[in-house]
Design a protein around this ligand. Structure first.
Ligand code: AGV
Ligand code: CA
Length: 315
């Protein structure tokens, strides 16, 4: 059977980097390339960590990484962006002096366009950060739309409130959409089949002390140790959902590629607020384009799937 072709574009958060490791471990997925955008990260450590993760978890696959030159409309807080430095410094990723996975010179959006053109069949896009590189790729090379199977994206809220607490915003948006609302609006104007994992879904998989300790007890498995070390940088949900509380937003979204029954999807008609105080909000609206959103999550099945996936890595 043909493997599912996937191109991943991520924004270097802890969750994004763990998700990259998960994609590399999926037996039925062939990863065509990785784009890194400086959203929830600084670019250099996120590119470096991505290449090291490909070296460690990619079983010798020659996956190219491309750095994005896209810029924020609304930048992420510095404290979160610093996480990429911590992941990049983990001992497990630094047994060699330099990563050997290739870094290409072209910017991430052109890399994405080239990989789509070169593919011999349709490609699934996994975006765990802002959509800027996809919107720019579509502008530079409109023909690539035909080569896209679907876009699996962590973004949107669909639960009323979002996760932005910023001046000049009404709090209804989710960060990946807020970082570049116009890009999300551009992608909405395309005919791409969009499957979004919004906060409505990701709220069902908070990082908790119980989950942390469950993976700690299995840290003899190196990939579970890696994931647990990464998430150790992030505050768990203890008493109340605070602004810094961590959810497994991107890892849940990534689990979509594995095919295990975890999420139920619902079709919704919706539009993107491209500007103004609700910018980045994706609002249900009759008559607008439809996408599918993950709604009800089987959290136990998700953790069981990820735990078993990470256990397949033998070092
Ligand atoms: O809005 C969720 C997105 C996901 O792609 N990111 C984190 C995940 O990578 C932004 C974000 C929202 N709240 C955060 C975030 C937090 N408390 N810490 C770090 N990043
Ligand atoms: Ca992310």
């Amino acid at each position: 059977m043909n493997k599912k072709l996937v191109y991943m574009n991520h924004d270097g958060g802890v969750d994004d980097l763990v998700s990259l490791a998960a994609v590399l471990l999926m037996q039925d997925v062939e990863l065509l390339g990785v784009g890194v955008i400086p959203g929830d990260c600084y670019l250099e450590p996120a590119v470096s960590a991505s290449r090291k993760i490909i070296d460690v978890f990619g079983s010798g696959a020659n996956v190219e990484t491309a750095a994005s030159d896209s810029r924020a409309k609304n930048p992420f807080p510095k404290e979160w962006r610093m996480h990429a430095y911590f992941v990049d410094a983990l001992p497990m990723l630094n047994e060699k002096d330099e990563p050997s996975a290739p870094l290409v010179e072209e910017p991430a959006h052109l890399h994405l366009a080239r990989k789509l053109r070169e593919a011999d069949r349709k490609v699934t896009l996994l975006f765990t950060g802002p959509l800027t590189d996809l919107s720019r790729a579509l502008l530079a090379a409109p023909d690539i739309e035909d080569n896209i199977e679907s876009l699996v994206w962590m973004g949107g809220s669909f639960k009323g409130t979002g996760n932005i607490i910023e001046p000049e915003h009404d709090g209804t948006a989710e960060w990946n959409a807020f970082w570049d609302p116009e890009a999300a609006a551009d992608v909405w104007r395309s005919g791409i089949d969009i499957i979004a994992y919004p906060l409505l879904a990701t709220d069902q998989v908070p990082w908790t002390v119980a989950r942390r300790n469950a993976w700690a007890r299995e840290r003899r498995h190196p990939a579970l140790d890696f994931a647990a070390q990464c998430y150790a940088m992030c505050p768990p949900l203890v008493h109340v959902h605070a602004n810094d509380t961590y959810f497994l937003w991107d890892l849940l979204t990534t689990s979509h590629l594995g095919g295990a029954p975890i999420a139920t999807l619902r079709e919704v008609a919706c539009r993107v607020h491209a500007s103004g105080p609700s910018q980045g909000r994706i609002e249900e609206a009759d008559g607008c384009r439809t996408i599918r959103i993950a709604e009800k999550i089987d959290a136990e099945a998700f953790f069981a799937y990820m735990t078993s996936l990470f256990k397949t890595y033998k070092g």
